[in-house]
Write a protein that binds this ligand. Structure first.
Ligand code: F3S
Length: 749
């Protein structure tokens, strides 16, 4: 058995009594988020009214999941932790390293050859430390977790920012960096800032072309990419009960796009049906017994404005299909506004590629609704104008969809079925005609940052529901609105596409021959792990040096970043994914996507010694070789996007000492702290403007570095003048210790 029913039973046996204790301690009704979080406090942590978005609290999650790109660094750190076996059930999923090029079979074969060393490392470390291993082709981490491990009322962390997908089944599931995963796998408490709670009340019922994806595309438009920071988004209301479990997963998945800590739905009949259909009837039965505890209290539902920090109301019956983009997932347009936006902004109108899949939208329901459109177009002799790529979310979905003839319909329409993996969602797409051409693509994915899909900064990527991707791919026209427009078929006749139809779950049940799971050895002590010292892909980690006890003085500026700086800008994916287990090699991509505020260029920063503009990593390496640290200055929501801790480890490795920004994205800020970096924020955002290209920058007050105590920054400008201002931080006592020890891992040891 893949999932552990005994652990779930234990959680459920204790849940009612624990919730009673929480209610007594807080003396008020509880949201679902509070029920799950406060029943997962670490041993000895008192139950009390923690300050939301203020207090750090220690938790004891039930599970850990890791994907192959982040697992390498997480497991390299686990090997340095002194533990012999993981303390909680954990899994590794090989999904990020498979490049989409020809088709599923050929691409998987290539991946197994090119990534052999990494896959063997992940498999062997999993085997040694008692971690379940999902081999390449088994599926995308979040779909596999939803199908096998997610359970209502549970708590998990995952080394991927879309871990919240499991919230679709009522789990608090949070994306973290590998160092956090190591804490939990090592049996240590896991620390999180107690989140605020944003309530989203859903009423009505979706119909026609509207899909669960449109709920989160609309929410993204309301909250923007920062609006969910340090908050859990809790959905509730009668409308929530009308959504399929996988549809709820889609909505929770994309909560990451507004920076939310996670998102969650209450347990309902649809969740129970999904659990039963995915071979977890025992979990469904146990959850049904405590159904009332897997909901927000009725008083909360009746008076949501009293218990949520922010309330959003969406009537599903009125919800229009949305398309968001380009370049940011919060640029939301309804389908009726979108055509006009395309024309007005001069976005390339020709729709070149439609992509359906990713962890966001690759469920059976997604595929059946999209295929209903494709089938209809075929029957009405409407040709498919754009290239079409489909990636099923898991081998179970792929096998079932093949059995049910769904994949054949896509293929008959000219679509290519690519591997059950991330592929183009993470830049693992060998798109032959990408170049730097301005062009448009439409995906059912979650992210659309520049270069994210094909490495081309001029690809305008838009995200929408799978059914709309299908319609736009058929039309080959970004301005096509299937609700109002018609297409011309091969005989010159006008055809109007009918509304999509689909199945939430396969009418004949899910089926799979080889799901791709490898159980670890019961006793892995004999398993040997070897890392070739000459490897390009893997490198043993050396501990980072401890703080020397002195203020940081006269640091040269490495780069002052202008505008958006996501983890993709800091540590690009795509071809760089192959170095995720080799810190020195991957550091050559550090900040190469960030825009230099002084020349508006990427990867061109001033070397103050030669007065030439050179690459960012090259300048950092030059400073490092001389024993000089440096500093990065940036704007809002720095580190938005993924959980990859490489974005924190690379600067640490290249001797960057400080990241000073207007604001941080949550996961990235924690990742910086865990790696022993100084993550500081401007008290007054205008001070950003004072930083000049040739400044020597000092951070003063470190001897008294303590929670809630600001530090001082001194800028020594090239003309000899000085600017001084205060900067703040969010380090708690434990995190200050991480800084002093050089990293959280050093402090653990
Ligand atoms: Fe993979 Fe893209 Fe999801 S990279 S885990 S499919 S966000």
């Amino acid at each position: 058995m893949i999932f552990d029913i005994d652990i779930i039973r234990k959680v459920y046996e204790q849940l009612p009594e624990k919730i009673k204790q929480v209610r007594e301690a807080l003396q008020r009704p509880l949201t679902l988020t509070e029920k799950v979080l406060l029943t997962h406090l670490s041993d000895g942590v008192p139950i009390k009214n923690y300050k939301r978005a203020g207090d750090y609290v220690n938790f004891a999650p039930d599970r850990v999941a890791m994907q192959d790109a982040t697992a390498q660094m997480a497991l390299l750190q686990l090997m340095n932790s002194g533990r012999t076996k993981v303390a909680v059930p954990s899994t590794v999923h090989c999904d990020h390293l498979i490049q989409a090029y020809k088709n599923a079979e050929a691409d998987l074969e290539t991946a197994n050859i090119t990534n052999r060393e990494v896959y063997e490392f992940l498999r062997d470390v999993s085997n040694k430390y008692g971690i379940g291993f999902w081999k390449p082709g088994a599926g995308i981490i979040h779909q596999v977790v939803l199908e096998n491990y997610a359970f209502p009322g549970g708590m998990m962390i995952g080394t991927d920012s879309h871990t919240p997908n499991a919230g679709g089944l009522g789990m608090i599931a949070i994306g973290v960096g590998g160092a956090d995963a190591v804490d939990v796998m090592a049996g240590l408490p896991w620390e999180l800032k107690m989140p605020k709670i944003i309530g989203v009340k859903l009423t009505g019922k979706l119909s026609g072309w509207s899909a669960p994806k449109d709920v989160i595309l609309k929410v993204a438009g309301i909250l923007t990419v920062k609006g969910g920071t340090n908050a859990v988004i809790e959905y509730f209301g009668e409308g929530a009960k009308t959504l399929s479990a996988t549809g709820k997963g889609t909505i929770c998945n994309m909560g990451a796009e507004v920076g939310a800590t996670t998102s969650i739905f209450p347990f309902d009949d649809k969740s129970a049906d999904y659990l039963e259909q995915t071979s977890r009837k025992e979990v469904a039965d146990e959850a049904r017994k405590i159904m009332e505890h897997l909901q927000p209290d009725q008083e909360v539902v009746d008076n949501p404005e009293m218990y949520y920090d922010q309330l959003i109301e969406i009537n599903l019956s009125d919800l229009e299909p949305h398309i968001n983009g380009p370049f940011t997932p919060d640029a939301a347009y309804t389908i009726s506004e979108f055509g006009e936006a395309v024309r007005k902004n001069n976005w390339p109108r020709k729709m070149e590629v439609g992509l359906i899949g990713s962890c966001t939208n690759s469920s059976y329901e997604d595929l059946t609704r999209a295929v209903s459109i494709v089938k209809q177009a075929g029957e009405d002799h409407v040709p498919v104008k754009a290239q079409f790529l489909i990636n099923p979310g898991s081998e179970q979905i792929r096998y079932t969809a093949e059995r049910d003839g769904i994949l054949q319909v896509f293929e008959d329409a000219g679509a290519t079925i690519i591997a059950n993996a991330c592929g183009p969602c993470i830049g693992q797409w060998k798109r032959e005609d990408a170049n730097d051409r301005k062009n448009s693509i439409v995906t059912s994915f979650n992210r659309n940052f520049a270069k994210r899909n094909d490495g081309n900064p001029n690809t305008h990527a838009f995200v929408t529901s799978p059914e709309l991707v299908a319609a736009l791919t058929i039309a080959g026209d970004l301005c096509f609105n299937p609700l109002t427009d018609t297409l011309i078929n091969e005989y010159g006749k006008e055809v109007k596409l009918k509304e999509p139809t689909g199945f939430e779950m396969p009418p004949n049940g899910y089926e799979v021959k080889d799901a791709g799971y490898i159980e670890p050895a019961l006793n892995g002590s004999e398993v040997q792990i070897s890392i070739d010292p000459n490897s390009n892909r893997l490198q043993k980690l050396e501990p980072f040096p401890a703080w020397d006890g002195e203020d940081l003085t006269n640091l040269p500026l490495l780069i002052k970043v202008k505008g958006k700086c996501t983890t993709d800008h800091i540590s690009m994916a795509g071809p760089w994914l192959r170095f995720r287990g080799h810190l020195d090699n991957i550091s050559d991509n550090m900040l190469i996507g960030a825009v230099n505020a002084f020349n508006d260029k990427t990867n061109a920063v001033l070397d103050p010694e030669t007065n030439e503009y050179i690459n960012v990593p090259a300048l950092a390496r030059k400073f490092k070789s001389r024993g000089v640290g440096s500093i990065v200055v940036a704007e809002e929501n720095y580190g938005e996007g993924s959980s990859r801790e490489h974005a924190a480890m690379e600067p640490r490795h290249l001797n960057v000492k400080v990241i000073l920004v207007k604001s941080f994205a949550r996961i990235h800020e924690t990742n910086l702290k865990k790696q022993g970096m100084l993550a500081l924020t401007f008290v007054n955002n205008d001070d950003y403007n004072k930083v000049q290209e040739r400044d020597k920058i000092s951070i003063l007050g470190l001897k008294d570095f303590a929670p809630d105590r600001n530090l001082t920054v001194q800028l020594l400008h090239a003309d000899g003048t000085i600017d001084t201002f205060e900067v703040s931080h969010t380090y708690n006592e434990q995190q200050v210790e991480w800084f002093k020890a050089g990293s959280a891992l050093n402090a653990m040891k």
